[in-house]
Design a protein around this ligand. Structure first.
Ligand code: B12
Length: 306
């Protein structure tokens, strides 16, 4: 049995009217060509959760093949979903189903819009693939796949649930960046941010040795990788962050991440970041004025430990 895992890659700025009048993030479209060549960590995780007797092929479609003859053939197709390309995702799912190939849809958009997604799939998976995907595959093999599965929203990095994403599937391909996730969600529940509301119900963080093992796997799969941490706020936990950075110093990596402005208050952390190969960080400043920031202050902090 062969499953096709298909990512709809690339970045999309969808609103042509806004683009035409020049309303876009500076350089975003041109920069998009560079940052678009990131693999789908979600599908590499799905691949790792697939029972070992099943063959998987991981594909990325920036442009979807126009002719059905050019669509690779599989026994089952699984697609990940982000909102920006959901129309193309549904279109591809509909095409495969019309060809008689069953389709499973999972990922962020499907989790937010399950009833809509159900119209385009034989089965949908809500939340993480963890806690659901092995059952989907086994049910499919037994000819009794259900229309809807509910995966885990928390505890995905716990032993017995956690799997290391299949970075080996990236061998021989060219990527500008490869994503590694160290945490999911953010303990600072800012009212404007979807991370802790939609992506996970609680902040989850990987133990340092798990992250180091993933980084080693990435360096084995991709030459001189530039790592992008697929986190919502990597260094929100300073103690854990410093422990990770100390271990990363020997790996000879270059990396980017997203975090919050509190890193600026911790010179030791900043030094360790530099020593561990940090090349860029992205910090969201929600307002240039103290009054504006006061209006978007966090509603709750999950743990005082940070
Ligand atoms: C890295 C990243 C990118 C990368 C790569 C994206 C990719 N191919 O995965 C790039 C730079 C290309 C990118 C582009 C964009 N991104 Co982006 N990106 C992220 C980021 C920071 C990390 C994603 C990640 O790797 N997560 C870790 C993996 C393990 O989680 P996951 O993908 O959700 O997968 C899990 C589950 O969803 C599920 N799952 C996923 N797929 C499937 C499939 C099946 C079959 C099953 C069973 C389960 C399953 O199981 C997985 C394991 O638990 C997230 C923020 C975040 N915290 O997720 C934003 C995020 C995904 N991006 C976002 C946005 C808005 C965009 C853009 C629209 C930006 C733009 N204007 O162009 C584009 C859209 C790209 C597209 N093709 O549609 C939003 C998406 C919101 C939404 N509703 O879709 C997010 C959530 C940021 C945010 N908080 O707003 N992005």
């Amino acid at each position: 049995m062969r499953i096709g895992l298909i990512a709809m890659s690339g970045v999309r700025v969808r609103n042509q009217k806004l683009i035409d009048i020049g309303v876009t993030l500076p350089g975003f479209v041109s920069r998009g060509k560079v940052i678009a060549s990131l693999p789908s960590l979600g599908l590499l995780t799905v691949a790792a959760l697939t029972p070992p007797d099943v063959e998987v092929e991981y594909l990325e479609f920036d442009e979807v093949p126009q002719s059905d003859d050019d669509l690779p053939d599989f026994d089952l197709v699984a697609l990940s979903s982000l909102t920006a390309r959901i129309d193309a995702t549904y279109d591809l799912a509909d095409r495969y189903r019309a060809l008689g190939v069953p389709v499973v849809l999972g990922g962020l958009h499907v989790t937010l819009m399950p009833d809509e997604a159900q119209n385009h799939a034989d089965a949908i998976v809500l939340n993480g693939a963890e806690g659901a995907w092995p059952e989907v595959v086994n049910d499919f093999k037994a000819g009794k796949m259900k229309p809807r599965y509910i995966g885990l929203k928390k505890d995905v990095f716990k032993p017995g649930t956690y799997v290391q994403p299949r970075f080996d599937l990236l061998k021989g391909r060219s990527y500008n960046r490869v994503t590694v996730q160290t945490s999911r969600g953010c303990p600072i529940n800012c009212e404007f941010c979807a991370a802790s509301i939609r992506i996970t119900s609680s902040y989850q963080q990987k133990p340092v040795d798990m992250v180091i093992s993933e980084l080693r796997a990435v360096t084995e799969a991709v030459d001189l990788p530039f790592v992008e941490f697929a986190d919502d706020n990597t260094f929100v936990n300073k103690k854990w962050g410093k422990a990770l950075l100390r271990e990363m110093r020997g790996l000879n990596l270059r990396w980017f991440t997203e975090t919050d402005i509190t890193v600026a208050d911790d010179p030791e952390l900043l030094d360790l970041m530099a020593q561990a190969g940090c090349r860029q960080i992205l910090i969201g400043l929600e307002s240039p004025s103290a009054k504006g920031v006061a209006g978007v202050r966090p509603a709750r902090l999950e743990s005082e430990a940070f």
